[in-house]
Design a protein around this ligand. Structure first.
Ligand code: SAM
Length: 177
C-alpha cells in the first residue's frame, strides 16, 4: 500500500511533471497521490482521463492537502515515510529494510527545494543515485526496486482498453464485457 506526497507543486510550471508523477504512481502500483497545499483541477482531469480509458479507478488524486497532517496520519498508523532526495542514502543499501519493515509507505517527492523539516520527518531519505534528475524518474525507480519488477505486470481489471504488445504496430483492444 503506497501513496505519494507531492510537495511544491506550482500550477503553471509543474502541471505536466506533477501529472507525470501521478501517472507513474498509478502505472507502477501506488494507490494515490496527495498534492500539498494547492488545488489544481488540471492534474486531476488529466489523470482521470487516463483512468477512464486504462482503468485503476481506485487511484486517488487528493489535492490541497496539508502535508504535515498527512505525515502525522501516516506516523500514527506506523507507516514508513520515504523521502526521495539526491542527498539521501543509496536505494540499494536501504531497500531490503524498507521491504521488510514497511507495510504502508508514503513516498515524498519535491519540486524545487524541499524544506529541511521533511528530511527530519522522513524515516528514510533515499537517493536514486546522488545526481540531480527528476521526481518522475526517482519515483519510477523507487517503485521498481520496491516491487522488484512485478509492477510491470500490473493489470487494471476495470480498464476499457488494453494493449496487445507488438513489435511494430499499435494494437489497442476494447475489453469485452
Ligand atoms: N536539489 C533538489 C533536491 O533536493 O533533491 C532537486 C530537485 S528535483 C528537480 C525535484 C525532486 O526530484 C526532488 O525533490 C526529489 O524528490 C527528486 N529527485 C531528483 N533527483 C533525485 C535523486 N537523485 N534521488 C532521489 N530523488 C531525486
Amino acid at each position: 500500500h503506497v501513496y505519494v506526497l507531492r510537495l511544491g507543486h506550482r500550477p503553471q510550471r509543474d502541471r505536466r511533471v506533477t501529472t507525470h508523477v501521478a501517472l507513474v504512481a498509478r502505472a507502477f502500483g501506488a494507490r494515490g497521490i496527495y498534492i500539498a497545499n494547492v488545488i489544481d483541477k488540471n492534474v486531476k482531469q488529466s489523470v482521470d482521463k487516463v483512468i477512464k480509458r486504462w482503468g485503476g479507478s481506485y487511484f486517488e488524486v487528493i489535492d490541497g492537502v496539508n502535508p504535515f497532517e498527512i505525515i502525522k496520519q501516516y506516523k500514527k498508523e506506523k507507516s514508513c515515510i520515504v523521502h526521495l532526495t539526491m542527498y539521501g542514502l543509496p536505494i540499494d543499501k536501504a531497500i531490503t529494510n524498507i521491504i521488510e519493515e514497511c507495510e504502508k509507505i508514503l513516498v515524498i517527492v519535491g519540486a524545487e527545494k524541499v524544506e529541511r523539516v521533511f528530511y527530519e520527518l522522513a524515516d528514510y531519505n533515499i537517493a536514486i543515485g546522488n545526481q540531480p534528475h527528476s521526481e518522475v524518474s526517482a519515483l519510477a525507480l523507487f517503485l521498481d526496486r520496491l516491487w522488484q519488477g512485478r509492477e510491470m505486470n500490473l493489470c487494471f481489471p476495470d480498464a476499457k482498453y488494453y494493449i496487445v504488445p507488438s513489435a511494430k504496430d499499435k494494437m489497442v483492444k476494447r475489453v469485452e464485457r
